[in-house]
Design a protein around this ligand. Sequence first.
Ligand code: COI
Length: 412
Amino acid sequence: GEFGSNVLYSIQKQNHMKHVARVALLETRTVAQFGDSRINHQLKERQRTINSFFNHTSIDKVAAQPSVRLDPATILYSGKSPDGSHILRSAQFLHKELPVRIANRIACFRTLPFIVVCNPTIMAVHELYIRAFSMLSEFPAITDFKLDKQYSEMLRDLLDDHRDEVTKLASGFQECRKYIKEEKLVQQFLDQTLTSRLGIRMLAEHHLALHQEQPNHVGIINTAMKLKEVVDYWADYSRQIAEHKYGKTPVIKCNGHITASFPYIQIPIDYIIPELLKNAVRATIESHPGTPESSLPPVTVTIANNDVDFILRVSDRGGGIPHHLLNHVTQYHFTTASHSEEEGAGVFSTMISESNHGPSGPMHGFGFGLPTTQAYAEYLGGNLTIETMQGIGTDVYLRLKHIDGKKGSFRI
Ligand code: COI
């Protein structure tokens, strides 16, 4: 349970966290008297979390250390040592690097307006980061495979514990957006938090993947990714969701360089592609009410691959994005689903539970899909652009640089 939003919202000034800590202490004492050791343990854990929040100096000190960003080409061409020492080196790198990155995330939360940090959902995410910081920075130096195993298990747990963070941030900001005057600050916070989180998760997943022998893979890098196969997979997924929600779905065609195969990291693509396809499918269906499935215009995905980058164009005949909405679709919280707030908590809760697994499940959520996708594309050294023909349909272009090291790409 949370502290209770009543308590939190009644606090006006910047010393709110001190107050919260005091409340936690009181609660600990009361519960201790009742002797419920489980609750007592939870409260102690929370108290520890809050204490470390006040221990600004340790987090700030770590945040001030330089962060080392990895070049995917270096990963790609770095060899495996038969004695597995590359795994130990990887663990040692993370052991130093992750606390720095997480400390920077925590520092970022402190720049948010007071009223936002008070939101219980946002506070819960903030606390999750503080917890991750203490777990990761208190872990002993990784000198052997036994310690690496423990460290890797902890990473796996942390990845799971943080899995729903985008959904949590989305619903948290949704709840308090009416108090937010400076939308730009929130946009910056989310761009920064979500892309940095993507980097952190890729690093952690990479380390875990190094332990497995998967054909055509060096850690998280698929050395021969067939883009068309990825598109086909998410096309099926998007069509199934549409079938479930609307009872019909357009065909998704794929053309262009359909045999293209090159090294890439599939994690971000597995987020981006379904978002783009779901948007196109939904626009097609919703702009053709009463049209039978067989008469729906197809969604067409075109793949272009060249030495420098690869481009994906998703074209729909879904009526286009109206002029007055065009500037909004790449801003967080804007959702093109009409009156989504009026649909009530029922819809909301299914959206939350569905989107907890893999890419966001529903056809429309909190209006996070497109801005997050755009932020990811830019983090990956690429971009996402939208060309819309009002009254006809929309083309979305995703352009991403290759990681094979011939030209500069991005850093994780
Ligand atoms: C995140 O998913 O936000 C993380 O930072 C995960 C990390 C603690 C392993």
